[in-house]
Design a protein around this ligand. Structure first.
Ligand SMILES: CC(C)(COP(=O)(O)OP(=O)(O)OC[C@H]1O[C@@H](n2cnc3c(N)ncnc32)[C@H](O)[C@@H]1OP(=O)(O)O)[C@@H](O)C(=O)NCCC(=O)NCCS
Length: 171
């Protein structure tokens, strides 16, 4: 593990362009994300608004791992504001391929869990991941997530179906 030069910080609105470019790029590096290359759903204006909406928001966060000016990875917890659902945050994470295997993903998750435990709202984190994404599944198990269910054939890629695990943990 060697991520000592990486700075972990929250996203701010000025990062929006870089974030959209990052997601559109990493979408093409892996098939494990829900979107493909250049298929990230937000444009720069929408990303800016989304980051601005995080300001003072208790149960949503976007955390970035920065190598100087370059984004190495991003992890998010997204939650509803509805009374019955706001305790549950959905975790999303991606580390660019050239930065993988250096402990950045683990540090992002560790920080998100710590933040969630202290935010006064979140008591549960969930996520979904392809069942064949063994690196990610191991990583989540390491942090205490368990497999709670399996959605069959949720991903269709090049004519082949893939299952998704639903994983979760109470904090
Ligand atoms: C899953 C992901 C976020 C992990 O990030 P990461 O920065 O590589 O994670 P870490 O370096 O903390 O490694 C986590 C574990 O995976 C292993 N690992 C993951 N990728 C590796 C790689 N390319 N080389 C070596 N080991 C790797 C590590 O050995 C480590 O195991 P350990 O905790 O027992 O030491 C990253 O691989 C990724 O973004 N993948 C593509 C997108 C994706 O799958 N996102 C999750 C969708 S649910």
């Amino acid at each position: 593990m060697n991520h000592s030069t990486i700075v972990f910080r929250r996203a701010n609105a000025d990062d929006a362009q870089k974030i959209v470019s990052f997601y559109n790029f990493v979408g093409g590096e892996t098939t494990f994300l829900s979107f493909e290359k250049d298929e990230y759903p937000l444009n720069v204006d929408e990303q800016t608004a989304s980051i601005q909406a995080l300001d003072g928001n208790q149960n949503n966060i976007m955390l970035m791992a920065m190598d100087g000016d370059e984004i190495a990875g991003i992890a998010t917890i997204s939650s509803s504001h509805k009374i019955k659902a706001r305790h549950e945050g959905e975790l999303g994470i991606v580390v660019a391929r050239k930065y993988q295997g250096q402990g950045i993903g683990s540090e992002l998750i560790r920080r998100l869990i710590e933040w969630a435990r202290g935010n006064g709202v979140t008591t549960r984190i969930r996520l979904d991941t392809r069942t064949d994404n063994t690196d990610a599944v191991s990583l989540y198990l390491k942090f205490g997530f368990t497999v709670e269910g399996c959605c069959k054939n949720s991903t269709l890629l090049n004519g082949k179906y893939y299952d998704l695990y639903i994983m979760g943990m109470m904090l």
